[in-house]
Design a protein. Structure first.
Length: 238
């Protein structure tokens, strides 16, 4: 019984550690555009104890007006699709785009929008519809070039793995991406000239961290008590 108690308490401590790490990560992204905080989900183990099984994304932050036409927010589900520079794709809710030296739409780290969208040097104005149609206009309103944004959704977005730099990669747990133009069922609409703030709620995160720290301390006390019990039993047997 004491051994089982040690196992259960140790598993709870690992869960507490995972939740503390996730809470700290959420707080670290308090000012990250498009960041969706996550919550660690748990499941009971057959032999007793608990384990972290996944993280589930919480709601995004408010959409705020911007004076940059290439600042894009997604009102609804989905992720912007970006090239990873190695022939693959990564996914992000942050739409603070810009143009590189070749006129290609990229994120702040130079990852290009997929499929690629390039605006000519003569572009005087950029018009982006809620459905993700991009038009580069000359000063007289002539359409110089056009493109189509795609967004990706997943069967289980909580299964995406964070790569840093506000992007995620698909995993077997997330399922493959389903890409389509914004406005397709399940895919949010594009809000041009706007940016989505981080969804992290500092008050909720601080409360959750405080509760998790208390649970960790309680589990640690329980683990020590079971450890002392095992030591006492072994002394008696010896």
């Amino acid at each position: 019984m004491a051994i089982e108690g040690i196992y259960a308490s140790a598993s709870a401590l690992r869960l507490n550690e995972r939740r503390l790490g996730q809470g700290a990560h959420n707080l670290a992204n308090l000012s990250t555009p498009g960041y969706q905080p996550r919550r660690v989900e748990q499941a009971e183990l057959a032999g007793g104890g608990v384990q972290a099984v996944a993280t589930s994304p919480l709601g995004g932050g408010p959409i705020l007006a911007s004076d940059r036409p290439l600042d894009l927010a997604l009102d609804g589900g989905g992720f912007f699709v970006l090239g990873d520079g190695q022939g693959g794709q990564v996914y992000s809710r942050a739409g603070n785009f810009m143009l590189d030296a070749q006129g290609q739409m990229v994120d702040p780290l130079g990852r290009p929008v997929q499929p690629a969208i390039t605006l000519p040097a003569q572009t005087a104005q950029v018009y982006i519809t809620p459905e993700g149609q991009v038009q580069a206009l000359a000063g007289d309103g002539t359409v110089l070039a056009s493109g189509q944004l795609q967004t990706a959704i997943f069967g289980n977005s909580g299964g995406l793995t964070a790569l840093g730099g506000n992007v995620y990669a698909a995993t077997p747990a997330s399922g493959p991406p389903v890409t389509a133009p914004p406005g397709t069922p399940g895919h949010g609409l594009v809000v041009a000239g706007a940016s989505q703030a981080s969804g992290t709620d500092i008050v909720d995160e601080m409360l959750n961290l405080t509760q998790t720290e208390r649970e960790l301390e309680a589990n640690l006390r329980t683990l020590r008590a079971h450890d002392e019990m095992v030591g006492t039993i072994l002394d008696v047997v010896a």
